[in-house]
Ligand binder design. Structure first.
Ligand code: LM2
Ligand code: CA
Length: 476
């Protein structure tokens, strides 16, 4: 449960927040597969409460484990997983089993009815016996309050109950049968690690018919918001799987917003208070903290601050630490606003511009050249170590990944222009930030590496992107 089960030669996951299954299947074939992405996280797949105005967060209010939502039905999901696996892209499901829906939210996306007021969810079925006694989470210094009470009024399941465990395990095993590679466990902090250990221990190995190795376990990354100062620590969960490393999001935001110097990134990793590399699912922003939900605060970078966002994303993807996840958003102004729709309820499909970027309400950060080309950089770097660290003592830094890839950043208010050791073999390389390699030429800047591995690196202060990146697969 610690390995993402990526196909060899691929790295990098994208969260296709609120996308429809048919659109994701096409995206795997047309874009994610060809551009080297290794995986994708989907929004919750199980039936949720239909809530007026269709906020995005209705999907965090389960009604049953039937696989019908606004993203599509079970047949569409199964077909998507299969088509994505066929082009080397693995699927990770956002699973919500800490709770069911809150009082008042009784009709489901698959047509099921529930009565959350009396804790009755007949489409599972769950009854009042399966829930913790009603109380509200009010005290983050008290583990019992955090784990046995209701998070914002969401009916709190008792994962110590054997019927509840059976239903959760059946749900997860059904998804394994369909070919998924792992799970993002919503609200893990609000469940007891000992209960999660039993549940995870009963989940099947991955489905070999979808190309997984015999004996491979689902990758589990648990949503545990631990920014310090509370009773519950991520270390209670890292023995069970990875955790979503919110400190990574917080710290990288502070650094690229200029609240911390880039030179301090020299020891990026556990020295910054992060979990171990193979236990850290890392991200610049997620679907909660990009809109002020969950935690993370004011320093989180999003698509709304594009230059800094691209720099932070490039650093995350260039650096060997952690398992990186790229956020792919829909445009929003209101923090409750759901995805773009065609008619106020059915989710609209993304449409694509000639430069491959999205429109029709979708931001698609993963289709920004500076981001997808850094997925290509990460694949080219493979397992090469971080070497040739350089900084100017302030906010200009550079490093290589062995002799395979090299990246430089300028977050100072003046130009970077230096002869730097790239670690790369002599030759001319295409900077994959200002352009892309196209046949034998480069649509952006070219970088000439000498026989001593050095190159003149220039990133002007007023350039659109404060990054330059070259690698062996972009040699001209
Ligand atoms: C999480 N962590 O454990 C996420 O960080 C958090 O953002 C999720 O809440 C939560 N788990 C539940 O999966 C999201 C959203 C909330 C929303 C809930 C439930 O951030 O705003 O709460 O999903 O849909 C909404 C209303 C809230 C209301 C609640 C119940 O915002 O005011 O509470 O529904 O109807 C009465
Ligand atoms: Ca709970």
């Amino acid at each position: 449960q610690f390995s993402p089960n990526y196909k060899d030669g691929r790295n990098g996951m994208v969260h296709l927040f609120e996308w429809k299954w048919d659109d994701i299947a096409a995206e795997c074939e047309n874009f994610l597969g060809p551009y080297g992405f290794a995986g994708l996280q989907v929004s919750p797949v199980n039936e949720n409460a239909v809530i007026g105005g269709r906020p995005w967060w209705e999907r965090y209010q389960p009604i049953s484990y039937k696989l019908t939502t606004r993203s599509g039905n079970e047949q569409q999901f199964a077909s998507m997983v299969k088509r994505c696996n066929a082009v080397g892209v693995r699927t990770y499901v956002d699973v919500v089993f800490n709770h069911m829906s809150a009082n008042g939210n009784s009709r489901g996306t698959a047509g099921s009815q529930a009565d959350p007021g009396s804790k009755s969810f007949p489409a599972v079925p769950f009854s009042t016996l399966d829930f913790n006694p009603t109380c509200s989470i009010t005290n983050y210094n008290d583990p019992k309050n955090i784990r046995n009470c209701e998070l914002v009024g969401l009916r709190d399941l008792n994962q110590g109950n054997s019927w509840v465990r059976d239903k959760i395990v059946d749900f997860l095993n059904h998804l394994v049968d369909l070919g998924v590679a792992g799970f993002r466990v919503d609200a893990a902090k609000h469940m007891w690690p000992a209960d999660l250990a039993v549940i995870y221990g009963r989940v099947k190995n991955l489905n070999t018919a979808h190309g997984f190795n015999a004996g491979a376990k689902p990758y589990i990354f648990q949503e545990v918001i631990d920014l310090g100062g509370e009773a519950i620590s991520k270390s209670e969960y890292t023995g069970l799987g990875a955790v979503t490393e919110f400190r990574h999001s917080d710290s990288i935001g502070k650094v690229f917003r200029g609240k911390d110097q880039l030179r301090y990134l020299v020891n990026w990793g556990t020295a910054w208070g992060f979990a171990a590399s193979d236990r850290s699912l890392v991200f610049v922003d997620n679907h909660d903290n990009q809109r002020g939900h969950g935690a993370g605060g004011a320093d989180v970078l999003t698509y709304k601050v594009p230059k800094q966002y691209k720099m932070a994303s490039a650093f995350m993807l260039a650096h060997p630490f952690g398992t990186p996840r790229v956020m792919s958003s829909f445009a929003f102004s209101d923090t409750d606003q759901g995805p773009p729709t065609s008619d106020g309820s059915n989710i609209a499909s993304p449409r694509f511009n000639s430069d491959m970027s999205c429109n029709n309400g979708w931001v698609c950060e993963h289709r920004w050249r500076q981001i997808y080309n850094m997925v290509g950089f990460r694949n080219a770097a493979a397992n090469a170590q971080l070497q040739n660290w350089w900084d100017n003592g302030k906010n200009q830094i550079a490093f290589s990944r062995g002799n395979r890839a090299f990246v430089a950043f300028n977050n100072d208010g003046y130009d970077l222009s230096s002869s730097l050791q790239t670690g790369l073999p002599a030759g001319t390389y295409c900077d994959v930030i200002s352009g892309s390699k196209s046949g034998s030429s480069c649509t952006g800047k070219s970088v000439v590496v000498g026989s001593d591995g050095r190159a003149n690196i220039s990133i002007r202060q007023n350039e659109q992107d404060g990054v330059l990146a070259i690698h062996v697969n972009a040699k001209l």
